[in-house]
Design a protein. Structure first.
Length: 318
């Protein structure tokens, strides 16, 4: 007699259930790839406005992971290994120029394996990782191909640049987002890998840029089911100067390094394709941004006051 689905699930429950500390599970598990930015066997979101430089930041940290070099001299690589980078936004001829710029600062990196889905080989190919089938959502042919590639390369990290290109369903649907994240977690468990999803911020965030922890575009499931979320900003300091800023908005694992990071974010220089942390520049950038925010707030209050005075003047009957 065939075993019922309930019996199969019962067997799994019994296999995965333990009593107190009797589990024969290794206590030497390292939870980080890049502490405290990229946890292992998890999904991380790199979130920011379109055109802010998220791809540069992702490539920069991927080179550090592949080479086993501390990122920015602050964040240690805990698991060195291959990184697979999939871009659906740059043709190969443009992406290789980014590589050339990185190579001015990094040595050769055989652990950085990149694929442009705008290569002629992918003409007519849909890179979405899940598709609708009747009333359900199933893994796509591209998902199956990706899994086989992951199985062969054995990367510690897979980068999808950007999320919207690999998720063609309704980004505001919690049900569909949940299935997508479930498919990614299936790969992280089975192949002991991780995902970094580059996510474009919403139009309101693009328009105002007023809040550092700007509202999340699409279903909150993407954020809730990710173990970490990094917010990346391009900060205009005025007079033609810019700084990059990262905020570790969410990180579910404990890290002493995380506890030492500034709550309002870490300010960085961006030079020739790589990011640099300089304490003096960071302090200057922070002061300039706070100055601009204060000035903007005062201007807004001044306009509001003038508007109110104009309304009161209109109320005068003569």
């Amino acid at each position: 007699m065939a075993e019922s689905l309930a019996d199969q699930l019962l067997a799994k429950l019994e296999k995965a259930s333990f009593i107190d500390d009797e589990a024969s599970i290794s206590r030497d598990y390292e939870p980080w790839i890049l502490e405290p930015l990229i946890p292992f066997q998890s999904v991380t979101i790199l979130d920011g406005l379109g055109g802010s430089g998220k791809s540069w930041f992702a490539m920069d940290l991927c080179y550090s992971i592949g080479l086993g070099q501390s990122f920015l001299g602050i964040f240690p690589v805990k698991r060195q290994g291959p990184v697979m980078y999939f871009t659906a936004e740059e043709v190969p001829e443009m992406f290789i120029k980014r590589i050339d710029m990185l190579r001015k600062y990094y040595p050769a990196n055989k652990n950085f394996i990149w694929t442009s889905l705008l290569h002629e080989e992918f003409d007519g190919v849909n890179p979405s990782l899940c598709v609708e089938y009747g009333r359900t959502i199933i893994p796509s042919p591209f998902y199956d191909a990706l899994e086989k590639r992951i199985s062969k390369v054995k990367p510690v990290l897979v980068v999808l640049d950007s999320l919207i290109n690999f998720f063609e369903l309704d980004e505001n649907s919690s049900k569909e987002a949940r299935r997508f994240m479930e498919f990614l977690r299936r790969l992280t468990r089975k192949h002991k890998t991780s995902f970094l999803l580059l996510h474009h911020q919403n139009k309101e965030g693009m328009r105002t840029q007023g809040d550092d922890v700007i509202s999340f575009r699409g279903s909150g499931v993407f954020r809730e089911q990710s173990r970490a979320r990094i917010i990346y900003k391009n900060v205009n300091l005025g007079e033609g100067m810019y700084a990059r800023k990262i905020i570790l908005e969410k990180s579910n694992y404990f890290s002493k390094i995380k506890e030492m990071l500034p709550e309002d974010g870490l300010y960085l220089k961006f030079e020739g394709g790589v990011h640099v942390y300089d304490r003096n520049f960071a302090e200057y950038a922070k002061a300039k941004e706070e100055e601009k925010k204060t000035k903007g707030k005062n201007n807004k209050q001044g306009k509001s006051k003038k508007k109110q005075e104009a309304i009161e003047d209109d109320d005068i009957p003569f």
